[in-house]
Design a protein around this ligand. Structure first.
Ligand code: S3P
Length: 750
């Protein structure tokens, strides 16, 4: 069974591809597989003879039969059966397959509900046979039937596979390869997750669309209603012309999950009805802005998917950067808003009394995660719209208990700063994050917060999720921070807003002071004495205007790009040059970079400048340790500068880099070594000797800054560099690729 697996036996990926059901999905997969030369022969199984004939006539399949028995004896290893019949008909097909088809044949399906198919499998086979790989293509159209086939139907669409523990890896891999081969993105979910998600995102909207059109049709004035109905009606109800039987089957097959989704929706609709009925405009605005923002975000995600590659074939391909050698950088650009300040603008704006207007807000996933958490706690926030956000502050004690746990994705800043704010609330909360954040240390905040009287529970090793007990009486403490961390300092100062008396924090080295500056901007005094910042509770924040400068951490990639590439001449405008953030400028200057700050000014309490940089040869240095906290996020890019600098660059005292979105010391050392650079990771830093940067494939480990750093390395590389797993660039710099291309970096996302 394994020894004669198809890849070694046939020239094509699959020998015979059998589609049971030659409608839109089955027919489209058959002709897509043929078009992409993925199989030798396609065979259709259609119950009705005239459909079978038509499928061959139309060229959908090479051959068509009316039952599996007719061809079962011809099938063996290397053949794939794709069951593409309505969900409730899958069981009958499975019985035929179980009776007649050999266990070497790979069997997969495309039914829209996976739990019911799994039950069918168990009742037919008594167990899940290894050859069976359940799946669901999230592609379709209102068209159905054999004539509807479309060989490009799956290009750039998602296929969800729901393998179970009994599923054989080889059969799973073959099905995945088949879908990828027709241009689809393949992802995996558990059967339950799949059904729950689809109930909410597909089955519920279909139920609503069918029901709405039915309601309007039953209206005595229905002819007139349809006559005057415009684009909104058309867009909203398009899916109500989908296949009725198929949708009846889906609702029956996924009844429980659909019921939960309908009930949740009904409750929300009822609330909205009451708001409309009672003329509660605030409540309506709340719902509409929340929904509008979510929908805008979704539209952007769709656009990004469209733009990231002309014909992206896989999900992983969409996440891959490919940078070609050569080029230089020139022009004048403004990178997006500062991430740290964006987070804080939402937090303090929400806790303020009155309205806060923000400009230059970073519309990256991290800052949007913070924004969403405050919406989840009842704060009305308009936007972001071109970087503008309006926050209707609720005051220090106006947050409401969120219905669910607060999810902050990849964002350590959200989680650590929110821990401080949430410790002072009257209600319980839970903070969760993505896989990377779930591995990051949180004791640095939970420990001092506990000293203040807060109740926080993490996993045993101090990682998220963090459960925060509400209603605790906090008391001010003095805390000597063991690590130089702006997140810890900010967390404690924010908790201090709710703690009895004074809360003070002493830092071992200066770290970014945006929290202190912004609190002052909101009219809340922060005392600063040397390395200590203190706050006393009892005051209030007053809504204000915030103009967020461009993020020096994002600007860094272009500063380094220009610094290492002969012929470069670049201006980065409106960059935040707060003295606690300019380590990168100091370090680059010490290495010999030719850069100058122009038009220096102060905007909303933060220093801002335009940075002009031209190429000049760099020299390796021992980076002064006092610069480490001031350039903490900029080291991955600086390591690329080091590889291009004459001699040796040594970094010490930077063990914090090991607990960022990835272990940045190891990730960069591994990548540099792969590209032929002489780099040695040390416990608290790295030693890099200058040398040519070669080509090759490097891992970003899902860390945005690693991905962008290797992207700029391409300027000085001798061959193309491929960087994997780059989707998280959207957490801090959503338009990085576009700006990189604009200034002259040969970066593609293929
Ligand atoms: C941040 C502080 C830094 C930095 C992070 C953002 C902030 O983390 O690395 O990207 O906004 O306060 P630490 O404070 O943990 O060093």
């Amino acid at each position: 069974m394994t020894s004669d697996f198809p890849t070694t036996r046939t020239k094509t990926l699959v020998r015979n591809l059998v589609v049971v059901g030659t409608g839109l999905i089955g027919g489209s997969l058959a002709c897509a597989a043929k078009k992409n030369a993925l199989c030798e022969r396609t065979i259709g199984v259609a119950r009705r003879e005239n459909v079978a004939r038509k499928a061959v006539e139309l060229g959908v399949v090479d051959e068509a039969v009316i039952s599996i028995e007719q061809i079962a004896s011809r099938l063996g290893a290397g053949d794939v059966i794709f069951i593409a019949v309505p969900t409730l008909s899958v069981r009958a097909v499975l019985s035929d397959v179980a009776k007649t088809v050999a266990p070497e044949v790979t069997v997969t399906d495309g039914a829209s509900v996976k739990g019911s198919v799994l039950n069918d499998v168990l009742s037919v086979y008594g167990k899940v046979p290894p050859q069976l790989v359940l799946g669901h293509p999230i592609a379709g159209s209102e068209k159905s039937g054999v004539e509807a086939f479309n060989p490009d139907l799956f290009v750039n669409h998602r296929i969800i596979l729901t393998p179970v523990k009994e599923t054989s890896e080889q059969h799973r891999a073959l099905v995945e390869a088949l879908w990828r081969g027709v241009g689809a993105e393949v992802q995996e979910l558990s059967v339950d997750e799949h059904d729950e998600i689809l109930a909410a995102t597909s089955h519920l909207p279909h139920a609503i669309a069918f029901s709405l059109v039915d309601t309007l049709t039953n209206n005595s004035n229905s002819t007139n209603i349809f006559r005057y109905a415009a684009g909104g009606f058309r867009d909203f109800t398009r899916i109500a012309s989908s296949d009725a039987i198929m949708w009846r089957d889906i609702m029956l097959a996924n009844r429980d999950a659909v019921m939960r989704a309908i009930e949740e929706f009904s409750a929300d609709l009822h609330t909205l009805k009451n708001a409309i009925g009672s003329g509660d405009g605030d409540q309506m605005l709340d719902v509409f802005t929340r929904a509008k923002t979510a929908r805008d975000h979704f539209t952007k995600m769709l656009d990004q998917r469209k733009n990231m590659a002309k014909v992206p074939t896989t999900m992983s391909a969409m996440n891959t950067f490919r940078v070609s050698p050569g080029g230089k950088v020139a022009g004048s650009i403004r990178v997006p808003g500062d991430k740290s300040i964006s987070h804080r603008s939402i937090m303090l704006g929400s806790l303020a009394e009155g309205v806060t207007y923000v400009e230059g807000f970073l519309e990256g996933e991290d800052a949007l995660a913070t924004l969403q958490t405050f919406r989840d706690m009842g704060v009305e926030i308009e936007g972001p719209e071109n970087g503008c956000v309006t926050i209707h502050g609720v005051g220090l004690h106006g947050l409401k208990k969120p219905e669910k746990s607060l999810y902050v994705g990849n964002s350590g800043t959200s989680m650590r700063l929110l821990s401080g704010i949430l410790s002072g609330q009257a209600f319980d909360t839970e903070l969760t994050g993505d896989e990377s954040l779930s591995k990051r240390p949180m004791r640095r905040v939970t420990k001092p917060l506990a000293e203040m009287g807060a109740s926080l529970v993490t996993e045993e090793d101090g990682t998220p999720p963090i459960k925060i007990g509400g209603g605790k009486k906090l008391k001010g403490i003095h805390y000597n921070m063991p690590v130089a961390s702006a997140q810890v300092k900010s967390c404690l100062l924010l908790a201090g807003l709710y703690a009895e008396g004074e809360t003070s924090v002493t830092e071992p080295a200066p770290t970014r002071d945006h929290t202190e500056r912004m609190l002052t901007g909101f009219g809340y005094p922060v005392k600063k004495e040397g390395a200590t910042a203190s706050i006393t509770s009892g005051g209030k924040l007053v809504g204000t205007n915030i103009d967020i400068p461009a993020d020096i951490s994002s600007a860094t990639f272009f500063l380094v790009a220009a610094a290492i590439t002969p012929g470069s001449d670049l201006t980065l405008t409106h960059v935040g040059v707060n003295p606690t953030r300019i380590g990168v400028i100091n370090i680059l200057k010490a290495m010999g970079a030719n850069l100058e700050l122009k038009n220096e000014r102060e905007i909303g309490g933060e220093p801002v400048a335009d940075i002009h940089i031209q190429y000049a040869p760099l020299t390796g240095i021992h980076i002064p340790e006092d610069q480490v906290p001031l350039a903490i996020d900029e080291f991955p890019a600086l390591f690329i500068a080091a590889a291009c600098a004459e001699g040796q660059t040594v970094l010490t005292g930077a063990e914090e880099l090991r607990v960022k979105e990835s272990d940045r010391i190891q990730a960069m050392a591994d990548g540099l070594i792969k590209l032929g650079v002489d780099a040695t990771a040390t416990p608290d830093g790295i030693v890099i000797n200058s040398g040519p940067i070669g080509g090759g494939e490097v891992e970003s480990l899902g860390d945005h800054r690693i991905a962008m750093s290797f992207a700029i390395a391409g300027l000085r590389a001798t061959a193309p560099i491929t960087i994997k797993d780059c989707a998280n660039v959207a957490t801090s710099f959503p338009n990085f690729v576009q700006l990189a291309q604009e200034v002259g970096i040969k970066l593609e996302t293929d």
